[in-house]
Design a protein around this ligand. Structure first.
Ligand SMILES: O=C(O)CCC(=O)C(=O)O
Ligand SMILES: [Fe+2]
Length: 317
């Protein structure tokens, strides 16, 4: 044991690589393949960060703190960001990140999807989160695939004092039960507007906030299109909101068939009044590849039934 410790202390501290915002995707992927994570510096302008914060602030302030140690007793987590904030939609669709996400996940799927949107605000006094892998959302069943590609956008500076994410570089291929030693853990310190990209396999966790200010991160993650999403996007961004969004965003939310017969539905209309087995695009009033599914009136009827259901649901709250 003493020998092992001596050996480890002799090893250099693992560091995260920080790349400029315009780094080529190849370079980003190369570092992620080795380290499991990389920081892109100053991707957003201060004005863009201000806009994200202004649009989400009322929701953040109204969010109550976590109710367990993992979500954090001094942490707030605020979701439904696609439905709530146009600026967050731009983050989800950020071309640089999306290209890296697509390229990283493409060996295991035909399309990727949005997995989770969450503002993570660490308040003063929040202890460090347990080190974990995000892919454990699916348990430890998935083997031989990289299921997930993650981002945390720095909405405040991320510092060692205010809770910058803990990351264990080069831990992607560790066995699930390996515990990171303190000297194997580094911190994703980055300026406001920068983004930490990390995989579902790299060991990491929120840092401790020992400062007297908030640390705010925008956690937006993507996964293989055939997996269950952590944040249920059909409920967080239902059809009556999703139908007005750009098509690439609708697709990312999951309003498209993931592959042949994956994710289809049947509008629950009276006998003979609706189609069978259509893609979820249909709920948004979109037809598939230009072939008309049902008449204009029928689509209007389906939309109206969705609106009615949404209205009924909101009046029940
Ligand atoms: O807040 C952070 O820096 C990371 C949080 C995290 O890893 C998680 O909640 O899964
Ligand atoms: Fe995590």
């Amino acid at each position: 044991m003493a020998e092992r410790m001596a050996e480890l202390t002799a090893e250099p501290m693992p560091e995260l690589v920080t790349l400029p915002a315009d780094a080529p995707t190849e370079r980003i992927l190369e570092i992620i393949a080795r380290d499991g994570a990389v920081i892109l510096k100053d991707v957003l302008s201060p004005a863009e960060v201000d806009r994200v914060l202004a649009e989400t602030r009322p929701y953040i302030d109204a969010t109550r703190r976590g109710q367990d140690a993992f979500t954090g007793f001094h942490t707030t987590r605020t979701g439904a960001l696609v439905a709530r904030s146009p600026a967050c939609r731009d983050l989800v669709l950020n071309p640089r990140v999306l290209e890296a996400a697509n390229r990283f996940l493409e060996p295991w799927c035909k399309r990727i999807q949005l997995h989770l949107t969450q503002v993570i605000r660490l308040q003063p006094g929040q202890p460090a989160q347990v080190i974990h892998r995000d892919r454990w959302a699916w348990g430890t069943y998935l083997k031989g695939v990289e299921p997930q590609f993650n981002t945390i956008w720095a909405i405040t500076d991320f510092t060692a004092a205010n809770g910058a994410t803990q990351v264990v570089p080069r831990s992607s291929d560790w066995p699930d039960d390996r515990q990171a030693l303190p000297q194997e853990i580094t911190r994703a310190e980055m300026s406001r507007g920068s983004v930490l990209l990390y995989t579902g396999s790299v060991f990491h966790g929120g840092g401790a906030n020992e400062s007297d200010g908030e640390r705010i991160g925008m956690n937006i993650t993507y996964s293989l299109g055939w997996l269950r999403q952590e944040e249920n996007q059909y409920l967080s961004c239902p059809p009556e909101i999703a139908r007005d969004l750009p098509k690439p965003l609708q697709d990312l939310l999951g309003y498209t068939v993931g592959s042949y017969a994956l994710g289809y539905y049947t509008p629950p209309l009276p006998p003979g009044q609706g189609p069978e087995a259509v893609g979820p695009e249909y709920a948004l009033g979109r037809t598939l590849d230009g072939e008309g599914l049902g008449s204009e009136e029928l689509r209007a009827a389906v939309s109206a039934s969705i609106d009615q259901a949404a209205l009924a649901a909101s009046s029940r709250v």
